[in-house]
Design a protein around this ligand. Structure first.
Ligand SMILES: N[C@@H](CCOP(=O)(O)O)C(=O)O
Length: 223
């Protein structure tokens, strides 16, 4: 049975035997061949279906790490700024860990379905009269002034979790892809995914011969 990212990739993550693993069995998402896009772009395109994660987004990859490490450090509460997916994920993992989750959202600028997920999982919602950056500054200040862990992707543990998508991609393809692309909303994830695919051992393939560029630009068509 799939036991979630931390158990699967613990040799490549900053965890020890004493790290409490907070998991909803995230990861192991399908890598779907995309024939229409492949024809249009002139190369083999695969789509990683991250919506198949427990709360419906790739954020769960990072959140299993961030919440596990927050609990390991003795935190009884986490905080995040969000416009949607991060709040749903943070709330679900906090509920799993039995700790408090506070979510700062820009008033009127959050996806309602995601807001509902956060509330259903018991998060405390603070609406801020400002934009996402204002929420993040406030969340960051609160995490400095109070014993509460910030779980936005400025938290390096989040990025360690999110890089695991690369391990799954390489395992599914049997080799590193030429290029990975993430939508721009995942600023922190794109370089980290490229970093990880470059460093994932691929049996039978010289590692140095397989480059991977994390890019937000489409892959140029083959001539
Ligand atoms: N669009 C994001 C904003 C938070 O990003 P994060 O990478 O810091 O979690 C969201 O889902 O709220």
């Amino acid at each position: 049975m799939w036991r979630g990212l931390i158990e699967t990739y613990r040799d490549r993550l900053p965890v020890t035997d004493s790290t409490p693993v907070v998991t909803l069995h995230e990861g192991n998402t399908p890598l779907l061949p995309a024939p229409v896009l492949s024809r249009r772009l002139g190369c083999d395109v695969h789509l990683k279906i991250e919506g198949a994660n427990p709360t419906g987004s790739f954020k769960d990859r990072g959140m299993t790490m961030a919440v596990s490490k927050a609990v390991e450090a003795g935190n009884k509460a986490i905080i995040c700024a969000s416009t949607g997916n991060t709040s749903a994920s943070a709330a679900a993992y906090a509920a799993r860990a039995g700790i408090t989750c506070a979510v700062l959202v820009p008033q009127g600028k959050i996806a309602l379905g995601k807001l509902a997920q956060a509330l259903v999982h018991g998060a405390t919602l603070l609406q801020v009269n400002g934009n996402f950056d204002d929420c993040l500054s406030l969340a960051s200040k609160l995490s400095q002034d109070f014993p509460v862990a910030l779980v936005n992707s400025v938290n390096p543990d989040r990025l360690h979790g999110q890089k695991t998508a690369a391990f799954e991609i390489v395992e599914a393809l049997g080799t590193a892809p030429t290029s990975t692309a993430c939508r721009s909303a995942t600023r922190a994830t794109s370089p980290r995914t490229g970093w990880a695919t470059r460093r994932t051992p691929t049996p039978g393939t010289p590692r140095s011969g397989r480059g991977c560029t994390a890019s937000r630009r489409p892959v140029p068509p083959r001539s």
